[in-house]
Design a protein around this ligand. Structure first.
Ligand SMILES: Nc1nc2c(ncn2[C@@H]2O[C@H](COP(=O)(O)OP(=O)(O)OP(=O)(O)O)[C@@H](O)[C@H]2O)c(=O)[nH]1
Ligand SMILES: [Mg+2]
Length: 288
């Protein structure tokens, strides 16, 4: 079973033996039902029509392959690789409550460690004591370092500590957890900017990514959150979690197409191995 086999398929091709108007209508509807959003769905169908005509495709199987290519092109909005070009490099994880930030850090920390990287987790969520505990368990599980302070500490101060520790220890990658926050709470958004300023001041030349974690089961709602985070926090990549649940895979295309920010990783479960770099080709093959 492939990694993306948990994704719900758009399976309309088996119902059609020829490609006609009815096919396009039903395809449009299935894409919308798959959470792609109305505009991206219309755009995909229009582009498919254009290519089918230009390439004179007739067989449903050819059209299926063509649709995969159309979706792959819509997903291609920038590099899906993490920028780890400096040592240390910093990755900030941001997003609303409960989307999977801490879990994703745990999984990514383990994966980077397996690649031979020296990883440091930073417990920048000081809002609840349980947050640092949860991250500590992940650090122990994957055998990586963690820097934390007590509940209520200034998150920027924890980040400062982590950066100092990383410089002293020769860390390759610092993964910074942050408290879940709503994009419309200005003081909390300012806190993210403060963290970012500390990084810029302490490690001016470092590669720094800000990854927005989105829960795929929130569908089009997640997209609205993402637009506002993008405006106020300078997001460099998306991590889409919980694609294993009731989520519909089409939301991935909607996010890439509407935000023009690449999906870099996807989460398909709660286990340490349930995070993968996003591969548009494998993904569209599973989806269509
Ligand atoms: N099924 C599934 N569950 C996930 C995935 N990622 C995270 N979860 C679960 O989602 C819940 C919330 O995850 P957390 O990592 O605590 O989320 P968070 O964004 O750190 O939450 P806050 O710190 O409260 O904002 C936990 O029960 C996780 O196990 C995923 O890819 N698939
Ligand atoms: Mg958390």
């Amino acid at each position: 079973m492939g990694f993306f086999d948990k994704i719900k398929k758009i399976g309309i091709f088996s119902a059609f033996s020829s490609i006609d108007e009815e096919f396009y209508d039903e395809l449009e509807e299935s894409l919308i039902l798959a959470d792609m959003g109305v505009d991206p769905a219309l755009k995909a169908v229009e582009e498919l029509r254009r290519r089918v005509k230009a390439e004179r495709l007739r067989e449903p199987d050819q059209v299926r392959v063509c649709l995969r290519r159309v979706l792959c092109d819509m997903l291609d909005v920038g590099s899906t690789e993490l920028d780890l070009s400096t040592c240390p490099s910093v990755i900030l994880f941001i997003g609303v409550n409960g989307v999977g930030k801490t879990t994703t850090i745990g999984k990514l920390g383990a994966a980077l460690k397996v690649q031979g990287k020296k990883v440091l987790l930073c417990a920048g969520d000081t809002f609840r004591a349980a947050a640092a505990e949860q991250l500590t368990i992940w650090a122990q599980r994957s055998g990586v370092d963690i820097v934390k302070q007590g509940e209520g500490a200034d998150p920027a101060a924890v980040v400062y500590d982590a950066l100092t520790a990383a410089k002293a220890r020769g860390t390759d990658v610092i993964l910074v957890d942050t408290a879940g926050r709503l994009h419309n709470k200005q003081n909390l958004m300012n806190e993210l900017n403060k963290i970012r300023r500390i990084v810029d001041r302490e490690l001016p030349e470092c590669a720094c990514e800000t990854l927005l974690v989105l829960d795929a089961t929130t569908g089009q709602n997640g997209l609205i959150q993402a637009k506002q985070f993008r405006e106020s926090a300078g997001v460099t990549g998306i991590i889409l979690t919980k694609l294993d649940g009731t989520a519909k895979g089409g939301v991935t295309v909607a996010i890439a197409d509407e935000l023009k920010i690449p999906v870099k990783y996807v989460g398909l479960g709660e286990g340490v191995d349930d995070l993968r770099p996003f591969d548009a080709q494998a993904f569209t093959e599973a989806l269509v």
